[in-house]
Design a protein around this ligand. Structure first.
Ligand code: TXA
Ligand code: MG
Length: 321
């Protein structure tokens, strides 16, 4: 059983030792907390899937400290190099052809591997001190709301972890953007880096994958797989744009301007700022869920910039992914 520990040098050194023994550690990143294991240790990675209750067909992201480490793990194409220069360290994950260093269990047997260099100083320090890449999914039970604080991690996974490194609340608050750069840039999961910023760097249009393309990327056939994700315990439904807020449900509103006048509700960003809304989304969803409402009604946010990622999470929480 593990409680959050301030991520000072001592705690990081203990985390390095635990990872070297094949144990699991929760680490803060700028997006969400990750459930980390030595990516080169098959047994440790299997323990990650077991701790989350995650199906083995859903591959993990490999976290690296620098581009040299990325190159040990994957083949970095010219397009990927430009994206790396613009967005790493940061909330962008690239799906690249893999090299043999990473065992099959990490990539679910695919010939690609998802990699990113996280920006959080604790994640950076931890990977550097380990000297090897860390496989880390979000540190929540499979299908549940992602953790943006160490306390969130402890609620769901404490018994599986050697250590929970507390690096404060996550600044970005939603997961990284998952992008396949080649042969044409395709976003599999919108996230912390917006589509417009990626298109500007590449100087070409960037598409957002349809559901079938996402399944294809994982070589999955069944449409039922992965449909419900980021889900609170209470059923979550989306409010149609002009529909009034129901008075028998907990409401998740975008801004003060759109919030209900009374009742049980949370507001993502009082001033209607998308970056703030992304940073607070998962914590507000958890806080409403903790009130055990009969259901949660959420409204979509403007579908631009980070709004694309926020709306993706809300739709998937509603089972519409
Ligand atoms: O911000 C983040 O990305 C966080 C922090 C901890 O880094 N991690 C995270 O991991 O969100 P996870 O496991 O919750 O989501 C990883 C996503 C999944 O949707 C998975 O299907 C996809 O990345 N993925 C991983 N490897 C892939 C591959 N080779 N091809 C296509 N998709 C892949
Ligand atoms: Mg996740």
């Amino acid at each position: 059983m593990s409680r959050p520990r301030q991520a000072d040098d001592n705690a990081i050194a203990e985390a390095v030792a635990a990872l070297a023994r094949g144990e699991l550690v929760a680490m803060p990143t700028e997006t969400v907390y990750g459930l980390a294991a030595d990516a080169t240790n098959e047994r440790a990675v299997l323990a990650v899937f077991a701790a989350k209750g995650r199906p083995r067909f859903d591959p993990l992201i490999v976290h690296c400290s620098d581009l040299a480490m990325v190159q040990q793990v994957a083949q970095v194409s010219p397009r990927a190099e430009r994206l790396a220069a613009a967005f790493w360290p940061g909330p962008l994950t690239l799906v690249l052809p893999r090299r043999p260093l990473i065992p099959d269990v990490v990539t679910a047997g695919l010939d690609t591997v998802a990699v990113r260099i996280p920006a959080h100083p604790v994640a950076q320090a931890l990977i550097r001190a380990c000297g090897r890449p860390l496989a880390a999914p979000s540190a929540n039970r499979f299908g549940a709301v992602s953790p943006t604080s160490a306390a969130h991690v402890a609620e769901q996974l404490a018994s599986s972890l050697a250590l929970i490194l507390d690096g404060g609340p996550c600044a970005v608050g939603i997961e990284s953007t998952v992008l396949v750069p080649d042969p044409q840039p395709l976003i599999l999961r919108p996230g912390g880096v917006t589509r417009a910023r990626i298109a500007t760097v590449l100087g070409e249009p960037v598409r957002l994958a349809a559901r079938q393309q996402r399944l294809d990327s994982l070589r999955l056939a069944s449409p039922g797989l992965l449909s419900k994700h980021y889900a609170p315990r209470a059923p979550l439904v989306l409010r149609a744009p002009d529909e009034p807020w129901p008075d028998d449900a907990a409401a998740l509103a975008f801004s003060s301007a759109t919030a209900p006048a009374a009742g049980v509700f949370a507001v993502l960003s009082e001033r209607g700022d998308l970056a703030e809304a992304a940073a607070t989304l998962f914590a507000k969803l958890r806080a409403l869920d903790a009130l055990a409402p009969s259901r949660i009604v959420a409204e979509l946010v403007p579908d631009e910039g980070l709004g694309e990622a926020i709306n993706d999470r809300l739709r998937r929480a509603a089972g519409l992914g």
